[in-house]
Design a binder for this molecule. Structure first.
Ligand SMILES: [Zn+2]
Ligand SMILES: [Zn+2]
Ligand SMILES: [Zn+2]
Ligand SMILES: [Zn+2]
Length: 209
């Protein structure tokens, strides 16, 4: 009797072992992940990891981009027109041939060492005359960057002996004269933040982009 019990328990053990072996025995046949399903075993359906990103493509100007694999719309990325043409003229959209609503601006890029702001499409250089006679609320971002560079330059210029070349007042006065702006405006609004515009952002944008 004892022997039979022992045989039964050995048999049970074998059965349990065989079962547990067979349950981890599915040799997964993994299908690659797509943008809608993670990697999935074709045999047992078990999934691994996550889905891969959608492959968004342009559909048309002014419309959301769409995934080329599953057709899902991107809900945040609207395709913009890409207007091409000469600076200072109406442009034409590369994709849909529509005319630009406004003339094309120069795309200035600054040299932080020399202060030169140059359009990388037509090579035009910004000059003080562009700004002279403008009202301060009409200053463009590039013009603000240009003024900022000069102000910063005069305020921090050092002589060969390491002393400041200009006093603060002189620096503001020189910038005011160059661009025909008031010292008060430059001190309080432009540099001091009274404009509620952070002109340093424009400086960083045009000179360090
Ligand atoms: Zn499997
Ligand atoms: Zn997709
Ligand atoms: Zn377009
Ligand atoms: Zn240009």
């Amino acid at each position: 009797m004892k022997k039979i019990l022992c045989l039964i328990s050995v048999f049970m053990l074998i059965v349990v072992l065989a079962f547990s072996l067979s349950s981890c025995e599915c040799k997964h046949e993994l299908q690659e992940a797509t943008c809608t399903t993670p990697r999935t075993c074709a045999k047992c359906g078990e999934t691994f990891g996550t889905t891969i990103p959608h492959k968004y493509e342009r559909v048309a100007c002014g419309e959301y981009m769409r995934c080329k694999d599953c057709g899902a719309n991107s809900n945040y990325s609207i395709s913009e027109h890409l207007y091409l043409g000469n600076c200072g003229e109406i442009g034409t959209c590369y994709y849909c041939d529509e005319q630009s609503p406004e003339i094309l601006e120069h795309t200035y890029k600054g040299n932080v060492h020399t202060g030169v702001l140059k359009c990388n499409k037509c090579d035009r250089q910004m000059c003080a005359e562009d700004i002279q006679g403008k009202s301060t609320k009409d200053l463009t971002g590039a013009e603000r960057a240009y003024i900022y560079w000069h102000l910063n330059h005069y305020l921090t210029a050092l002589s060969s002996s390491g002393k400041y070349l200009y006093t603060e007042n002189e620096a503001f006065q020189m910038t005011a004269t160059k661009f025909n702006l008031s010292v008060l405006y430059l001190k309080n609004d432009f540099w001091g933040g009274g404009d509620f515009i952070d002109n340093h952002d424009f400086y960083a944008q045009y000179y360090y982009k």
